[in-house]
Design a protein around this ligand. Structure first.
Ligand code: RP5
Length: 171
């Protein structure tokens, strides 16, 4: 079994069911980088490598991981199983897989039975970016440096909303 990749100081663990999720989940990593949130990324399938998921979740908190972001497509059990294996907050990113435009993944994550929550984001890239921002916003409750960076990120985003490059009167 391939080694789990750990990063010293990582506060967010980004997990995905397959390397085929990475082109979307790279946006999570890039957004966490922008927000200067140390994180680590691993492929850990709940179906194909359940023991690897168990091992990851068993040591996540003691290594300093505060939030898990889990992406999967299809039956998309990864977030739910991770949420069952740790009390850390789990954010779910539904991936478009081979059918139903990702609705299967969305419902798999959102329809958790009561008692084990998964905070489910939108399907695809928007959810992948928002998961990173959401994780930072949770951390910002108890970390004023992260709070400052979240506020700066949002201010930059607001400013960029009004740009129309090339349009008359715009730069
Ligand atoms: C899920 O099945 C993965 O998260 C991925 O979204 C989907 C397809 O995986 P591959 O067959 O491309 O490995 O487990």
């Amino acid at each position: 079994m391939a080694e789990i990749v750990t990063v010293d100081g990582a506060r967010v663990g980004v997990l995905m069911g397959s390397a085929s999720d990475w082109p979307v989940m790279e946006k999570t990593s890039q957004t966490l980088q922008k927000l200067e949130i140390p994180h680590e990324c691993n492929v850990i399938s709940a179906h194909r490598a359940p023991k690897r998921l168990e091992a990851y979740c068993a040591t996540a908190e003691e290594r300093g991981i505060q939030i898990l972001i889990c992406a999967a497509g299809g039956a998309a059990h990864l977030a739910g199983v991770a949420a069952a294996l740790t009390h850390l907050p789990v954010l779910g990113c539904p991936m478009k897989a081979w059918s139903t435009e990702g609705l299967d993944s969305l419902l798999s994550m959102a329809q958790m039975p009561k008692g084990i929550p998964v905070g489910t984001l939108a399907v695809g890239g928007a959810g992948a970016v928002n998961a990173a921002i959401f994780a930072a916003e949770i951390m910002a409750l108890s970390d004023k440096d992260v709070r400052s960076r979240v506020l700066a990120f949002r201010a930059d985003q607001s400013a960029a909303t009004f740009e129309l490059p090339g349009a008359p009167g715009h730069s």
